[in-house]
Design a protein around this ligand. Structure first.
Ligand code: C2E
Ligand code: MG
Ligand code: MG
Ligand code: MG
Length: 289
């Protein structure tokens, strides 16, 4: 052999990495262009009060429709926006979109909550609070309607996070820890962040009723959150059995395919005003379907 196999593999690997880096760079450029050309829009997933089964809020989830027609999900473009310094501009757009979509409805429904995801990268700089101040100053949405979701896993600088969370809460905005249970937040850490709510990660909800070890964890998370008087939201509820379990454990809110997929805001607003009971099936009730 003229060239050892290891070298060939190394060259192939370098070529693959180069290709990936190129693809990322062109996607980053497309992202900035997409912001200019209004290629982003929001979908809203219903949030249901578990006891009544009624839609009492919604989570705003960002989508990117490229000029090519391709739909790209936030799991792809949010990390990219974080890495390329576009995230604050993207978050600013999120707030504009949410304000545009929901302000008329919220003016007539003061108890309805809209949850907005912010990146933990946003927490490392003050502009995020300024973005919310600007939105509140415009008067379209009041603080009492808003929940800000922050992913537990991404919090690196606790001091910075605590400052931003404190500033948002001082304005009357509620703060929730997203994907709770997937990070390393211990009790004392959680306590020091002073948030209003916990969103229990879908991986734990999935384990309900199974023999997976995580099934043991979910009741502990719930017990801990209620001891700390934190409001709980279950993510990714897909089956009536999961909903029954959560209801028995007095979890207040849930979202998931069982109640509704992310959809245009008008559809969620119609659901909320209809007073419809979503997936009505209470613990102990006989299954009808
Ligand atoms: P997340 O905030 O934890 O949002 C929940 C994700 O789970 C959403 O995915 C939602 O569509 C999905 N989901 C909801 N119910 C179910 C269910 O019953 N089963 C299953 N399998 N999935 C369910 P999506 O919309 O792709 O968002 C992914 C993540 O991207 C979000 O996770 C959030 O961390 C981030 N993200 C979304 N929108 C924004 C945004 O505007 N700004 C920022 N910074 N991040 C965002
Ligand atoms: Mg979220
Ligand atoms: Mg989540
Ligand atoms: Mg997530």
């Amino acid at each position: 052999r003229l060239v050892p196999a290891g070298v060939v593999a190394g060259i192939a690997m370098a070529a693959a990495l180069l290709l990936l880096a190129r693809k990322q760079t062109s996607l980053a450029t497309a992202l900035r262009k997409g912001l200019r050309d209004n290629e982003f829009f929001m979908l809203y997933q219903p949030v249901v009060a578990l006891q009544s089964g009624q839609c009492v809020g919604a989570e705003a989830l960002l989508r990117w429709r490229r000029s090519t027609g391709e739909l790209i999900g936030p799991d792809v473009f949010i990390p990219l926006a974080e890495q390329t310094g576009t995230i604050t501009a993207l978050t600013a757009r999120v707030l504009e979109l949410v304000e545009h979509d929901t302000r008329h409805f919220l003016a007539a429904h003061p108890a309805f909550h809209v949850a907005v995801n912010v990146s933990t990268t946003d927490l490392e700089s003050d502009p995020i609070v300024e973005l919310f101040d600007a939105m509140l100053a415009r008067g379209g949405i009041v603080a009492a309607n808003l929940v800000v979701e922050i992913t537990e896993r991404g919090i690196l600088d606790i001091e910075a996070a605590r400052t931003v969370i404190g500033a948002l809460r001082a304005r009357g905005i509620k703060v929730a820890i997203d994907d709770f249970g997937t990070g390393y937040a211990g009790l004392s850490y959680l306590e020091s962040l002073h948030v209003d709510a916990l969103k229990i990660d879908r991986s734990f909800i999935e384990a309900i009723g199974t023999t997976a070890p995580t099934n043991q964890v979910v009741s502990h998370i719930i017990a801990m959150a209620s001891a700390m008087r934190l409001v709980m939201v279950a993510e990714g509820v897909e089956t009536p059995a999961q909903a029954d379990y959560l209801r028995t454990w007095k979890v207040e809110y849930a979202q998931g395919w069982l109640y509704g997929q992310p959809q245009p805001f008008e559809a969620v607003a119609a659901l909320a005003t209809s007073g419809a009971t979503l997936a009505p099936r209470f613990a102990g009730a006989a299954a009808t379907s």
